[in-house]
Design a protein around this ligand. Structure first.
Ligand SMILES: C[S@@+](CC[C@H](N)C(=O)[O-])C[C@H]1O[C@@H](n2cnc3c(N)ncnc32)[C@H](O)[C@@H]1O
Length: 240
């Protein structure tokens, strides 16, 4: 795994992209930037075990380098298929290489698509959106979540992990401060933190937990439950 040094030198301001520079270091970047990333992946695998029905598919929208699907692979019936979707060709290439290296033997497809536009889902008992909905422009989010709900199998579920905004500005500032402290503990410099924050400003647009819950409710999910929370990060499961 290569070290994330994407923002450790002064850069021209530019929106964050999941291109080759980020893909090369993505696994180091995500595990140092997301609190309890490994535990979140373990919990996703555990939850998916409860909901992935034999003979159906698990979809991972914004699958990146495949960490979520790889974490659940050892625990699911061999008749459960995987579909990883991402709009970054470089991410999907890396994902495929990691699947090959891990010897994933179940049926799987890796599809390049912009999920803000359209997401065809077939025979899915589980759809995962881990740290991805926050990158979809807000005007497209409801259409996406509604289309996931409509295409999910009956009794299927959507698992959502997101960075959050707090409605209260004082709490919001304090949670962000503790988040940057975590990044410092994980050896990101002030320059790296500041440049990445600027690059993500127009690209990663977090909702509050209430906004995300309302979105899931409005799109028809009958039950929404939080399974993970650390300051401004949250995981929730929504049942159809
Ligand atoms: C933070 S990463 C997700 C990490 C991954 N789910 C995990 O748990 O390791 C966000 C991913 O969403 C993808 N993405 C962003 N916008 C997208 C879109 N409109 N359509 C499809 N994929 C998108 C990015 O290419 C990136 O791989």
């Amino acid at each position: 795994m290569s070290d994330d040094k994407v923002f450790d030198r002064p850069r021209e301001p530019q929106d964050f992209e999941f291109g080759s520079e980020v893909v090369a270091v993505f696994d180091d970047m995500v595990s140092r930037s997301v609190p309890y990333y490994g535990e979140i992946q373990r919990m996703l695998a555990e939850l998916v075990m409860d909901w992935a029905a034999p003979g159906t598919n698990v979809y991972d929208l914004g699958c990146a380098t495949g960490n979520t699907l790889l974490a659940m692979d050892p625990f699911l019936a061999p008749t459960v298929g995987f579909v990883g979707v991402d709009d970054s060709a470089e991410m999907l290439e890396k994902c495929e290489a990691k699947f090959r290296e891990a010897g994933v033997s179940r049926p799987f497809r890796l599809e390049r698509a912009d999920i803000g536009e359209r997401v065809p889902i077939e025979n899915a008992s589980v759809v995962v959106l881990c740290l991805t909905l926050q990158f979809i422009r807000p005007i497209y989010r409801e259409k996406l979540v509604r289309s996931i709900y409509e295409q999910l199998n009956e009794n299927g579920c959507l698992i959502l992990v997101e960075k959050l905004l707090c409605a209260d500005p004082v709490l919001n500032r304090s949670f962000i401060r503790y988040y940057y402290d975590l990044k410092r503990r994980r050896k990101y410099s002030e320059m790296e933190i500041a440049q990445k924050r600027e690059a993500l400003e127009n690209v990663l647009i977090p909702y509050t937990l209430e906004e995300n819950t309302k979105l899931l409710d409005d799109c028809g999910f009958r039950e929404v439950e939080t399974f993970f929370r650390w300051y401004n990060f949250c995981g929730a499961i929504a049942l159809k």
